[in-house]
Structure formats: C-alpha cells, structure tokens
Design a protein around this ligand. Structure first.
Ligand code: UDP
Ligand code: MG
Length: 317
C-alpha cells in the first residue's frame, strides 16, 4: 500500500474546486477500499495567491474532512512554482506524490495504473495524453510544435506530457537537488534519471471556469522551457556567424576575381566584402561570448552532477 499525496495547484478555481474535491474524494475512498493507498493519504491544494474564494473553499474542505489539506502562497507565483512548492513541501510526508490540475482535465482513473507502475518499481510515471480531441486545432498545433521544437533544441521532454505525473519520494528527494529558480518542471524531471514509465489517458474538457493559461502565459512557458533547459539558441548564433563568415570568404574571392578581370564597378567589391566579413565576424564573436555566458548560466544552476541509484556493497541499507 502506498501513502499517496496529491499536489493540486489552484489559481482562482472557485468554480471547479467543490466539484473536483468531491470527485477526488470518491476516487480516494475507492483506492482505500481496494487497499491500494493507505488511510492517511492526503489531497493537498496549493493556493497560488488566488483573488477569489479559492482559499476559503480549501479551508472549508479541510474543516469538513482532514483528508484535504491546503498550502497558501503569499502571492501568485505561477503554476510551475506553485506545483514545485507542493512537491517540495510534501516530499518527506508521502511515499509518492501525484501532481494534477485543479480542473481535473486529466483522468483521475489512471491513478490506479500509476500506482501499479510505482509498485512495480518506477520512480516517475508520466501521464501522457493519447488524443487531443477536445483541444482546438490551434491549441493542438501550437502545443505539439512546442514539444517538437524543445526536443530539437536538445531538451528532452516527454511528448504530450504536461504536469500530470507520479513521483516517488526518492525521485522528489533527487529533484530537490535541482536548486535553480527558472523552472520548467516537465523538462527537468527527466533529468533525474531513475526508472520511469508512461500511462496514457484522454484529456477531458475543463470542468468549469476558464483556462488560466491564455496564449500569453503559454508562450512565456514555452520560452521558459527553451531558455531554462537549453543553450542551443546561443549556439545557433555561433553557427550563423560562421556561415556568414564563410559566405564572406567566397564573396571576397569572387569580388577579387571580378576586380582583376575588370568587370566590377570600383568600390563595389571592397564595400560588399567588408559588410559581409564584419557581419560574420561580429555574429561569431557574439556567439563565442554567448557560449561562455551559456556555460556560466548552466554553472549557476548548480545542478547535481550525478544521483546514485543503488550502491552495491553496503549491507545495512
Ligand atoms: N494555475 C496556478 N497558477 C497560475 C495559473 C494556473 O496555480 O498562475 C493552476 C490552475 O489553477 C490549474 C493549473 O494551474 O490547476 C492549470 O491551469 P489551467 O487548467 O487553466 O491550464 P490549461 O489546462 O488550460 O492548460
Ligand atoms: Mg486545465
């Protein structure tokens, strides 16, 4: 049996909270009856500085049934930070923590499968959407391109996985070693290692209320994802500088030839060559400086350089 905690970030979710809480409670009682989770498992809401009744609902839920717990942030810090707060606060209390959105768009019936995978020895179980039938074409297109671009940039994210996942206590402990402030959880979790697996589910519509992720927040999340996981954009500048510099070499040779053949207007060759060569050199120089900045950036994150999975030899483990 697993002591399971749920971490649920909530921002202005007064419209869905009662409903979600009831559904989660039913699910929890089922899981308890089937002896899959322990009686002291909890459902924890993290109030991300909501401006509506969210916190009073959480307080009321907690009063009615202590299986519900609440954490209140001083102000709105965004979904990723709220979730991180939940995971880090709960990591030492539970055997495993599942993170899920308050609107229950993610299927709570895959908890069972997540728990099975956990019992079978997986430390991270990713919830992956099998279809995006309920999303608009625009959302689907932007979201799927986002995963592809991220992977091209060298950040290994799980395709179609958002932040619905189970993490074991030791995976969370390992994760706490990542002390960076620019966080993009779904890209960072795979960095931990450990055995992981995937469960598929169909994502439903929001229960009520509207998305707290308008296009602006989505774009900023995407940008955060790329820039916090990868220094590939800097490398692209270096490459561009190199390519332009090589073109300028070709241009110099070409214009020298036209100069000596006498087919060029005077002044053309020298002007054009200096434009290309200087442009190329400048980009190249910026790229090289960028490479160092990228290194500094990665150093400042102070990420763990390794995480030990097992140490064979010590008998009293
Ligand atoms: N959320 C949050 N802080 C924010 C924005 C959103 O904690 O600043 C929470 C929100 O309450 C929900 C989850 O993040 O539980 C996902 O938000 P939403 O369902 O609106 O995103 P979508 O499903 O539309 O991508
Ligand atoms: Mg949602």
């Amino acid at each position: 049996m697993t002591k399971l905690y749920l971490a649920i970030p909530c921002y202005n979710e007064e419209e869905v909270l009662w409903d979600s809480a009831e559904k989660l409670l039913d699910k929890y009682y089922d899981l308890m009856n089937e002896r899959k989770i322990t009686e002291d498992s909890k459902i924890v809401f993290i109030d991300d500085g909501s401006k509506d009744l969210t916190w009073s609902i959480i307080r009321e839920l907690h009063r009615q049934n202590p299986i519900f717990q609440g954490i209140k942030l001083t102000r709105n810090r965004g979904h990723q930070n709220a979730l991180l707060c939940g995971l880090m606060t709960l990591r030492s209390k539970a055997d495993a923590v599942i993170s899920i959105d308050a609107d229950l768009q993610d299927d709570i019936n895959v908890f069972d499968e997540m728990l099975e995978q956990y019992e079978a020895g997986c430390d991270v179980v990713y919830g992956v959407r099998s279809k995006r039938a309920t999303d608009t074409f625009f959302k689907r297109f932007t979201a799927e391109s986002f995963y592809k671009i991220l992977n091209k940039m060298g950040a290994k994210v799980i395709f179609n996985h958002a932040d619905f996942r189970l993490m074991s206590r030791r995976a969370l402990e390992a994760f706490s070693l990542y002390r960076e402030t620019n966080i993009f959880l779904r890209g960072m979790v795979p960095l931990i290692g450990y055995k992981s697996s995937v469960v598929k589910y169909e994502r439903a519509e929001r229960l009520a209320g509207e998305s707290k992720y308008p296009l602006k927040k989505m774009l900023s999340l995407a940008w955060e994802g790329i820039t916090s996981l990868s220094i590939q954009p800097i490398r692209m500048i270096t490459w561009l500088g190199l390519i332009i510099f090589i073109i300028s070499m070709v241009m110099i040779i070409y214009s020298l030839i036209s100069f000596f053949v006498g087919s060029a207007v005077s002044g053309w060759a020298s002007t054009l060559c200096s434009i290309w060569a200087l442009g190329g050199l400048q980009l190249l120089a910026i790229g090289i400086i960028g490479e160092y900045i990228g290194k500094i950036y990665m150093e400042t994150k102070r990420r763990p350089r390794f995480i030990i999975e097992t140490y064979l030899g010590d008998e009293d483990e």
